[in-house]
Design a protein around this ligand. Structure first.
Ligand SMILES: Nc1nc2c(ncn2[C@@H]2O[C@H](COP(=O)(O)OP(=O)(O)OP(=O)(O)O)[C@@H](O)[C@H]2O)c(=O)[nH]1
Ligand SMILES: [Mg+2]
Length: 325
């Protein structure tokens, strides 16, 4: 792990570091710790939405527009669960081909981690690494479907949720959870029939959701814009760029923004801690104990709470055996 080469912009050194971070190698974490003070300069932008809504195409268009302004861009494409991820990544490569060869752009696909809580943590680490490596914008693309994608999106500072007309029932596709994390809503494929109806449905859903948001947060609040784009020809891309910049200023300049940043870090801290405590717990804990306890609970021999106590006490016995008094 060569810190100097990473900081000098050596792409292979950076790629090696990211690979080692994905594999959770301690030396890669050590580099991240050493470089942590250099993070915090990038703007982390999440892009999430249904499969095929045009995320990659829009990300490529955004990246080109940022590059035209002289800003460097890194893209993390996260696709952990899809059995087609190999193909999707190939497709992404094609769609992002116009960016290939530009030293100011770095594209990385992640498809490896499927463990609970682990993917969001790994994504956040990779985003931080790209931040430390000096990229001005770090875009995290995820297929928005379940909770784990929402967790991944939460690693971003500005989250763009993409919808497209004709992807089944439009309003149904917008789950409450996904509206909640949206800082910008984009109706892509505005050249397709039904785009206006999709935008209207989104605005209506958003009004309900925002009413709830204002009640829970005091003072300044961000009003989520609904924008339309045609990612394939760049229509509306400038407006998205402007809205991302406005949201960034909002985060920097309002108390709500700094609160949110602290909450984001706190959430990450908590989930890492939870994972670490679990890891610690499961070291020399017999997982088969869980199977036995589950069978007993199932057979109504014991209740869940007693099973938890029993698991904890069996762990404690192990602990006192393995550590001298
Ligand atoms: N007509 C039209 N087609 C678009 C637009 N944006 C993207 N597409 C097409 O929609 C298809 C899917 O685009 P992608 O960018 O791969 O979508 P994605 O959301 O990244 O897809 P996954 O990563 O597989 O979830 C491609 O064939 C694109 O060319 C648009 O604005 N209008
Ligand atoms: Mg994609």
């Amino acid at each position: 792990m060569d810190i100097d080469r990473i900081l000098a912009g050596d792409r292979r050194a950076l790629a090696r570091w990211l690979t080692a971070l994905e594999a959770e190698r301690p030396e890669a974490q050590a580099v991240l710790s050493a470089l942590y003070a250099r993070t915090g300069n990038a703007h982390l932008v999440g892009v999430t939405g249904a499969p095929g809504s045009g995320k990659s195409t829009l990300v490529a268009a955004l990246a080109r527009a940022w590059r035209a302004r002289g800003q460097t861009v890194a893209v993390l494409a996260v696709d952990p669960s899809s059995p087609f991820s190999g193909g999707a990544i190939l497709g992404d490569r094609v769609r992002m081909q116009s960016l290939a060869g530009d030293p100011g752009v770095f594209i990385r696909s992640m498809a490896s981690r499927g463990t609970l809580g682990g993917l969001a943590a790994t994504t956040a680490d990779l985003a931080r690494a790209l931040d430390a490596a000096g990229f001005a914008l770090v875009v995290i693309e995820t297929v928005g479907a379940g909770q784990s994608e929402i967790d991944v999106a939460r690693a971003a500072q500005t989250t763009i949720v993409i919808e497209a007309p004709g992807l089944g029932d439009d309003v149904q596709a917008i789950k409450a959870g996904i509206l909640e994390i949206a800082d910008l809503l984009v109706v892509n494929k505005a050249d397709q029939p039904g785009a206006d109806a999709t935008a209207r449905a989104l605005k209506a859903a958003l009004e309900l959701e925002q009413a709830a948001r204002v009640n829970t947060s005091q003072g300044s609040h961000w009003s989520v814009p609904v924008l339309s784009t045609v990612a394939t020809n760049g229509r509306g891309v400038e407006e998205v760029l402007a809205a991302v910049a406005a949201h960034r200023s909002f985060l920097k300049e309002t108390p709500h923004g700094s609160d949110r940043e602290r909450q984001r870090i706190r959430r990450e801290l908590e989930s890492r801690l939870r994972q670490r405590v679990w890891q610690h717990f499961t070291v020399d804990f017999e997982m088969s104990v869980l199977e036995e306890l589950a069978a007993k609970v199932c057979a109504r021999e014991i209740d869940l709470e007693s099973a938890v106590k029993s698991a904890l006490s069996s762990r404690r016995t192990n602990e006192s055996e393995s550590s001298p008094p």
